[in-house]
Design a protein around this ligand. Structure first.
Ligand code: SAH
Ligand code: SF4
Ligand code: F3S
Length: 556
C-alpha cells in the first residue's frame, strides 16, 4: 500500500486531461491520495505540453517553484509527465535536477513503478548526502520514454498493448472526485500527419487505432457508472480505421495507407470488406449499442478525412452532437503547402459546405456549430496570405476559433528548414485582428440563438456563481481530480463544490448545447429542485439573451 499524497497539475490538450485522469485512477487504486495543495504533497507531478513554447515556459516556472519547496523538504518526489518529458528527454533533468521522474505519454502505465523507485532512491540518497544551499539534491532519476523506438513497428505492438491496459483498467467509479457525467474516451493514439510546425508526432508517436470492442466496452462501463456525455479523442479523430485481424493497426506499418480518397473518406476496402471498422462504423456502433450516452462528440477532426459516410451517420443519429472542431490553420494555399497540411483552401471550403449541407438542421432546433484553429505568423506569411486567412475565417463562421501565434518547435521540419521570420509585433497584430473578426462572428452566432430552444447539459455553477460563493476560479490549476471537465472547447465550469450555500434568490448554472454553446441559466435557489440536483442532467431551455460567446437561457 502506497503512502503519501500526490499533487498533479495538467497542462495542454484533452488528451493530457484524459491521461491525467487515468493516472489518478491507477495511483488511487494503489492507495495514493490526491491533494489540491502542493505544500501537502509528497509527490508533485506535472503532466506537460510541448505544443508551443509558452506551454513549456509555464512548466519551467512551476519547476522553479517546486525546487524551492524541495530545498526545505528534500524527500519530495517530483515528476514531469507527458509531451515535454518525451520531447526534452534527460536534458530536462540536467537543466532541472529537482526532477526525479520523466515519463512520456506512451509510458504512463509504468508511472507507479517509477514513483516507487524514485521514493526509494531518494531516501537512500538522503541517508548518504544532505543537500545544502550550494549543492542541490541529486535527482533520483527514473526515466521512461518512448524515445526513438516510437516509430519502430516491432516495439509498437508491445507499447500499444501495455498502454491499452491503462485505458482498459480505467476506474469508472468516483475515486477522489474523478467521475461525473462527462468523459473522454481515446480512440486513436499518436499522429502520422507531420504538419511541419508540430511536435505531436514526435511526442505521441505513430498513429495507433484502438480496437472497436475495447472502445465500446469502455463506453458501456462509463454509461453504467452514470456518464451521459462522451467525447471521443484522437489527434485526427476522423481518420480512425481498424483492420480486424491485424495485431495492431498502424498506418504505414501493418496497414499501408492506400491512396487517401479525399471525398469518400474511408470507404471499406473491397479486399478487407467487413473486416474494417471505419470511423463512421464506430460512431454508429457506439450510438446504437450504448444508448445511455445521450451526447457523443469527437475532437479533433482533420479536414482531409471527412467522408460523406461520416456525415450521413451523424445526420441519422440523434445523439451525435452537431459540433465539429475542424482546424484550417491558414486560408492561404501557399501556407497550407508549407505546413504540409495535405489539403487546399478550396478543399477545406468544400468540407465545410458538405458539413453544413448535411448537418445543419436548424429547422429541428439543431444548428451545426463549427470551431477552428488558426496559426498566424507561420514563416514567410505575407499580408496577402493573412488576408486570405481572414477571408477563410469569415466564410467558415466558426462559433469559436482558437488562434495561435506560430511558435518554432525544435525538432520539427519548420524549425529546421524555415527561419521564423515574421516579427513578434506582426504576429501579435495579426492575432489581434483575427481575434476581433472572430469575436464579431461569435457575437452574431450567439445573437442568432435568441428565442431558440435547446437541450442543455448542466455542468455546474457558472463562473459568476463560483465567484459569488468564493470558490476558486483560477483555470488550469489544482489537482486534476477536480479540474477534469470532460467537455470539449473552452471550459468554464467545475462541478459544484460543497461550500457555503448561496443567499441569493437564484443560483446561476452553466451548461452546454449539443453544439457546444455555453448557456447560463438562473434557477431558484430554494425552488422545488435544488440547483445542485440539476448538475449532470439535460434540461430544456429557451435562449433569452446573448453576450459574446455566452448565452443566457431560462428553463422551460
Ligand atoms: N491534431 C490537431 C491539433 C493538435 S495541436 C489538428 O491537427 O487539428 C492544437 C493546435 O495547436 C493546432 O491545431 C495548431 O493550431 C496549434 N499548433 C500546433 N503547433 C503549433 C506551433 N508550433 N505554433 C503555434 N501553434 C501550433
Ligand atoms: Fe500536429 Fe498536424 Fe498531427 Fe494535428 S495533424 S497533431 S497539427 S501533426
Ligand atoms: Fe500538448 Fe502533447 Fe497535447 S504537445 S497539445 S499535450 S498532444
Amino acid at each position: 500500500m502506497a503512502s503519501g499524497s500526490v499533487y498533479l497539475e495538467t497542462f495542454g490538450c484533452q488528451m493530457n486531461e484524459l491521461d491525467s485522469e487515468l493516472v489518478v485512477g491507477a495511483l488511487s487504486a494503489l492507495g495514493y491520495r490526491f491533494t489540491a495543495d502542493p505544500a501537502d504533497a509528497s509527490v508533485v507531478l506535472y503532466n506537460t505540453c510541448s505544443v508551443r513554447e509558452r506551454a513549456e515556459q509555464k512548466v519551467w516556472s512551476r519547476l522553479g517553484e517546486v525546487a524551492k519547496a524541495k530545498a526545505a523538504r528534500p524527500e519530495l518526489v517530483v515528476g514531469v509527465l507527458g509531451c515535454m518529458a518525451e520531447r526534452d528527454g534527460e536534458a530536462l533533468i540536467d537543466r532541472m535536477p529537482v526532477v526525479d521522474i520523466l515519463c512520456g505519454p506512451a509510458e504512463l502505465d509504468r508511472l507507479p513503478e517509477l514513483i516507487d523507485n524514485a521514493a526509494r532512491t531518494r531516501s537512500s540518497l538522503l541517508s548518504t548526502e544532505a543537500p545544502t544551499r550550494t549543492t542541490p539534491a541529486r535527482s533520483a532519476r527514473q526515466v521512461a520514454l518512448q524515445g526513438s523506438a516510437s516509430r519502430r513497428s516491432g516495439t509498437l505492438a508491445a507499447a500499444g498493448d501495455n498502454l491499452e491496459m491503462l485505458d482498459l483498467s480505467r476506474s469508472v467509479s468516483p475515486v477522489d472526485g474523478v467521475g461525473g457525467t462527462s468523459a473522454y474516451v481515446r480512440i486513436t493514439r499518436g499522429c502520422n500527419k507531420f504538419c511541419t510546425y508540430c511536435v505531436v508526432p514526435f511526442t505521441r508517436g505513430a498513429e495507433v487505432h484502438r480496437p472497436p470492442e475495447h472502445i465500446i466496452d469502455e463506453c458501456k462501463r462509463l454509461a453504467d457508472a452514470g456518464v451521459i456525455e462522451i467525447t471521443l479523442l484522437g489527434q485526427t479523430v476522423n481518420h480512425y480505421r481498424f483492420e480486424h485481424g491485424a495485431a495492431v493497426t498502424v498506418d504505414g506499418v501493418t496497414q499501408p495507407q492506400k491512396g487517401r480518397a479525399f471525398k469518400g473518406g474511408h470507404r471499406r476496402d473491397p479486399l478487407s470488406g467487413q473486416n474494417t471498422t471505419t470511423f463512421a462504423d464506430l460512431l454508429k456502433r457506439i450510438h446504437d449499442e450504448v444508448p445511455a450516452i445521450q451526447r457523443l462528440r469527437f475532437v479533433t477532426s482533420y479536414p482531409r478525412d471527412f467522408g460523406d459516410d461520416i456525415l450521413d451517420v451523424i445526420r441519422e443519429s440523434p445523439r451525435l452532437c452537431r459540433y465539429i472542431h475542424i482546424p484550417a490553420q491558414s486560408g492561404s494555399d501557399r501556407m497550407l503547402k508549407m505546413m504540409n497540411r495535405g489539403y487546399t483552401v478550396a478543399e477545406y471550403d468544400d468540407v465545410v459546405a458538405r458539413c453544413r449541407e448535411k448537418l445543419d438542421q436548424r429547422e429541428i432546433g439543431r444548428p451545426l456549430m463549427l470551431s477552428g484553429d488558426i496559426i498566424v505568423g507561420f514563416p514567410t506569411e505575407t499580408d496577402e496570405d493573412f488576408e486570405k486567412t481572414i477571408d477563410l475565417v469569415r466564410r467558415s463562421r466558426y462559433k469559436n476559433c482558437f488562434i495561435f501565434k506560430y511558435s518554432p518547435r525544435p525538432g520539427t521540419t519548420a524549425y529546421d528548414k524555415i527561419p521564423d521570420d515574421v516579427p513578434e509585433s506582426v504576429k501579435r497584430e495579426r492575432n489581434n485582428r483575427l481575434l476581433a473578426v472572430q469575436a464579431e462572428i461569435s457575437d452574431e452566432i450567439s445573437r442568432e440563438q435568441i428565442g431558440r430552444e435547446f437541450d442543455i447539459m448542466i455542468e455546474g455553477y457558472s463562473r459568476t456563481e463560483r465567484k459569488r460563493r468564493g470558490i476558486d476560479v483560477k483555470p488550469g490549476t489544482g489537482m486534476v481530480a477536480i479540474t477534469i471537465g470532460g467537455a470539449s472547447g473552452p471550459t468554464e465550469t467545475n462541478g459544484p463544490a460543497p461550500t457555503q450555500p448561496s443567499t441569493a434568490a437564484t443560483t446561476q448554472l452553466a451548461g452546454r448545447t449539443d453544439g457546444d454553446l455555453i448557456v447560463h441559466v438562473e434557477v431558484p435557489t430554494n425552488g422545488p429542485t435544488p440547483p445542485e440536483d440539476l448538475v449532470g442532467r439535460i434540461a430544456r431551455c429557451r435562449i433569452t439573451d446573448a453576450n459574446g460567446l455566452s448565452l443566457a437561457g431560462e428553463m422551460i
